[in-house]
Design a protein around this ligand. Structure first.
Ligand SMILES: NC(=O)c1ccc[n+]([C@@H]2O[C@H](COP(=O)([O-])OP(=O)(O)OC[C@H]3O[C@@H](n4cnc5c(N)ncnc54)[C@H](O)[C@@H]3O)[C@@H](O)[C@H]2O)c1
Length: 347
């Protein structure tokens, strides 16, 4: 039977030798389907329209998908972004062209929440410095009383954002007996009640948090949201944790506060710029725990994100509207509805 659908993957899902870059992303549901042909896009920072001829669905990792990436009169019905950040996709242009853009909130929810808790626990128990002094032998070992940790019971876990990941973080934190506060202009009060989260104005998150976590998207309105003024509201014993996006934090202001001991420390999975250059002052601080935008990368995470992305692709190939669309408005687009119907007819 010849393939009726063509699904493209961006080049960065494969290593230069052709082996999978992320083996936990199980492609067999596509590969084993005789109706589907899997094609690989050539390497490049930006997806090119000419590489999408005859392609029904694109699974996209890092390359940018811009208005110029849209194939004229093409079959492309969905860009399935692997993850939940979609700043590399021109969603408005896709919607206007009747192309759905999906993300994988169900795939990232637990892995990113787990990584936030990893930072909370590493900072609270001073894992990094205790690892270092232990490796020094007896001289380091005997300095251990200098490095008292922070108990979590009764301390405040605070969040900028109570969405998919913020809510899961509070679910995971429940047994630690912390107070929960969050600021979110679109918060669901019923969800907040269910999670024992007190909704507060944004500045209160900074004033009250012993662990202030950033769980909002990078938007024009959130760029630089964690600025010098808000950092100055934090307790000197408090920690800032950012696993969302680097530019939400004014990084030079954070570095200044950390250098001056104005706050106790930070856990950073994301940076501005990213990756940080080798001489970036943030890398020289000893009161931070750092990760290369990959603390949440786990076998479970890649399997879950992949399964979610493929579920969106499957939905579209089957003529159905996928669950996790960035802009659900596309479902009303005649061009999108036409592509769904054409796909259904081919099946
Ligand atoms: N480090 C990683 O590997 C990684 C992985 C996945 C996601 N992320 C980041 O995490 C972010 C959150 O993901 P999510 O799935 O929870 O998204 P989400 O959209 O479900 O939740 C984000 C929440 O932030 C809220 N928000 C928006 N503006 C705000 C503001 N000014 N103040 C307070 N809250 C505000 C929104 O109302 C929403 O409820 C993503 O946008 C992404 O940048 C990072």
């Amino acid at each position: 039977m010849s393939a009726r659908y063509r699904v493209a993957l961006s080049h960065d899902f494969r290593l230069p030798d052709g082996s999978p870059a992320y083996p936990d992303f199980d492609l067999s549901p596509l590969r084993d389907d005789p109706l589907v042909e899997v094609v690989w896009l050539p390497a490049g920072d930006r997806v090119r329209a000419e590489d999408l001829a005859g392609v029904d669905a694109l699974v996209l990792l890092v390359p940018r998908f811009e208005a110029e990436s849209i194939p004229a009169g093409g079959r492309l019905a969905i860009v399935a972004r692997f993850g939940v950040g979609f700043d590399n996709v021109d969603v408005a242009a896709c919607t206007a062209a009747g192309i759905a853009v999906s993300i994988t909130p169900d795939g990232v929810r637990r892995p990113v929440a787990q990584s936030i808790m990893a930072f909370v626990l590493a900072l609270a128990n001073r894992v990094m410095i205790k690892d270092r002094i232990t490796r020094m032998g007896p001289d380091g070992f005997h300095t251990r009383s200098r490095y008292m940790g922070t108990g979590l019971v009764g301390r405040t876990l605070a969040s900028v954002g109570l969405g998919n990941i913020g809510a899961e973080m509070f679910r995971l934190a429940a047994p630690f007996g912390m107070r929960h506060v969050a600021a979110d202009p679109a918060a669901d009060p019923a969800l907040a009640r269910e999670l024992g989260v007190e909704l507060v104005p944004l500045d209160e998150v900074f004033r009250r948090g012993d662990f202030v976590t950033v769980n909002c998207p990078l938007l024009p309105a959130t760029r630089g949201l964690v600025d010098a003024r808000r950092i100055a509201l934090m307790k000197p014993t408090a920690y800032l944790i950012n696993t969302a996006r680097g530019p939400i934090v004014d990084q030079p202001a954070l570095v200044a506060a950390l250098r001056a001991g104005r706050i106790a420390g930070a856990g950073l999975d994301v940076f501005d710029p990213e990756p940080p250059p080798a001489d970036d002052p943030v890398l020289a601080l000893d009161n931070v725990v750092l990760a290369p935008h990959a603390l949440s990368w786990t076998d479970e995470g890649f399997a879950g994100i992949g399964a979610s992305a493929l579920a969106s692709v499957r939905a579209v190939l089957g003529g159905r509207v996928p669950e996790h669309l960035v802009d659900r408005g596309v479902a009303g687009s005649a061009a999108f509805v036409g592509r769904l119907a054409a796909g259904r007819d081919r099946g």
